[in-house]
Design a protein around this ligand. Structure first.
Ligand code: GLN
Length: 492
């Protein structure tokens, strides 16, 4: 303690050394001690957390332990939860209480997890720094003048500072992997369709996918095993997804015979030199572990950002049209008529980045521009998918940096949306192709964590987890924690 893995906590619970209530209290104390510095949680009901923990202890006594029995997990404010508010960190959802749990929340509950609060995020998951949140920015535990990445910044900061041992995030263009990289933790975006999107507030429906953020590879696997699976309530949840032995994949200790692709488009001028060096060193380590590093090319990578920033806003503009203030959410005072109510409520409720996306998306979908932008972006998306399909004829898995730069200072990029968009340069293609991607820590650049990204073929999370587990086992990066939070602060 305080930096325990889910599996450590699980064994302590299983051998009766501690209880779910004790564990919950320990993390609640840490949240009480550190959240005012980090702003990782935007909603927390401590009594409700303790009640869940007590119920878990009772369940264990009577029926034995389920897969995540008594384990505390924080969830991003994008997941609908029946208990408490769900705001997507937006003012437009002021006062909103979801009538049902997201499918993944139900799954976590069924596995016995103790859900801890709602974590901070960019408004509607649009951003790379957590600065567009209506609740103010979240801070990076490694340097509180810096951003934790985004959009799942609160989940990342919570895990990096051990306010919870794990959290759920979502990833539309990198929002699990980039904040994981920038805070020195591990995050997995599963294959599109592996995890149900029902009850996850939609940003870009063809890209959104939920996944775990945790202190190590196995913890990510444990959570994904619990939340994945077909859901008839989400038409894009795949019913015959190949099954994986999630935990067995994490037992891998070497990389004998593994063919790792190193795409030249992901090692480019302009990226931070220390980031590049850390990732190159990681690949060298993989070679020592028996892997073969193969230079490959993903030639359409350069078009990924442009395609994403047409497709994602197009889908967002459609998804966000439901916020009309009629049945829920923020409504302006004294509307003159229906149109005034729509326009003023939306103007007051949405922040500027969300408005920028809605406007961009409405434009790219509008008649006369649809073919030039949206349709063209979809064609580019197909080319990007084909690049990966070809690459995976040659290699088992692809390794790249997760982010071209380490965590930047708060406010550094807020005036320049385009440079903010460029932070996602190495993560976005994975979403466009629907592939699994994982980020894990692999070093430091100016004392800030650097992330190594693994990309696998569709449905091969096991290959990704195996490579990451072998690398993790041979290095010590996952055991590094920010000194300021590596104390028993608030421990009871
Ligand atoms: N940073 C990207 C964006 O702003 C990705 C966000 C995400 O994955 N939710 O769209």
């Amino acid at each position: 303690m305080p930096f325990s893995s889910l599996s450590d906590i699980q064994s302590r619970l299983n051998n009766g050394e501690t209880t779910a209530v004790e564990i919950a209290q320990l993390y609640l104390d840490r949240i009480a001690a550190f959240n005012s510095t980090l702003n990782a949680f935007v909603h927390l009901d401590a009594d409700h957390v303790l009640a869940q923990a007590a119920a878990s202890d009772a369940y264990r006594k009577e029926h034995g332990a389920r897969a995540l029995e008594g384990l505390p997990i924080a969830v991003k404010d994008i997941f609908c939860t029946q208990d408490g508010p769900t705001r997507c960190c937006s003012n437009i959802l002021e006062g909103f209480e979801a009538p049902y749990d997201a499918h993944v929340i139900t799954k976590l509950k069924e596995a016995g997890a103790v859900l801890v609060g709602k974590t901070n995020m960019d408004e509607f998951a649009m951003g790379s720094s957590n600065e567009t949140s209506a609740f103010g920015p979240c801070r990076n535990p490694w340097d509180t003048d810096r951003i934790p990445g985004g959009s799942s910044g609160g989940s990342a900061a919570s895990v990096a500072a051990a306010l919870t041992p794990a959290a759920l995030g979502t990833d539309t263009g990198g929002s699990i992997r980039q904040p994981a990289a920038l805070t020195g933790i591990t995050g997995l975006k599963p294959t599109y369709g592996r995890v149900s999107r029902r009850g996850i507030i939609a940003f870009a429906s063809s890209l959104d996918q939920a996944g775990p953020m945790a202190g190590n590879v196995k913890d990510c696997a444990m959570i994904t095993a619990a939340i994945s699976g077909h859901d008839a309530g989400d038409a894009t949840s795949v019913s015959d997804a190949p099954a994986i032995d999630w935990l067995a994949a994490c037992e891998t200790q070497d990389m004998k015979g593994l063919k790792i692709g190193k795409p030249k488009e992901y090692f480019v001028d302009g990226m931070d030199a220390a980031v590049r060096q850390s990732v190159e060193a990681a690949l060298q380590k993989c070679e020592e572990l028996g892997a073969e590093i193969i230079d490959i090319s993903l030639p359409n990578t350069e078009h990924a950002i442009a395609a994403y920033y047409v497709i994602a806003p197009s889908e967002a503009s459609a998804n966000l049209s439901r916020y009309d203030s009629v049945r829920f959410g923020h409504r302006c005072d004294n509307p003159e008529d229906l149109l005034d109510m729509y326009t003023r409520s939306r103007d007051e409720g949405f922040g500027s980045e969300v408005k920028r996306r809605i406007l961009t998306g409405a434009f790219t979908l509008s008649s006369g521009y649809y073919d030039a932008y949206y349709l063209k972006a979809q064609k580019v998306r197909t080319l990007i998918q084909q690049d990966f399909i070809q690459a995976f004829e040659q290699v088992d898995v692809i390794a790249t940096p997760t982010s071209p730069i380490p965590a930047f200072k708060l406010g550094e990029k807020t005036d320049d949306p385009l440079t903010m968009y460029l932070s996602d340069i190495f993560t976005i293609a994975v979403n466009l192709a629907g592939l699994p991607g994982l980020s894990q820590p692999c070093g430091f650049a100016s004392n800030l964590p650097v992330g190594l990204q693994w990309i696998g073929p569709a449905w091969r999370e096991d290959t990704v987890l195996a490579a990451a587990a072998a690398y993790e086992g041979a290095t010590d990066w996952s055991n590094q924690h920010p000194a300021e939070f590596n104390i028993n602060g608030g421990e009871s």
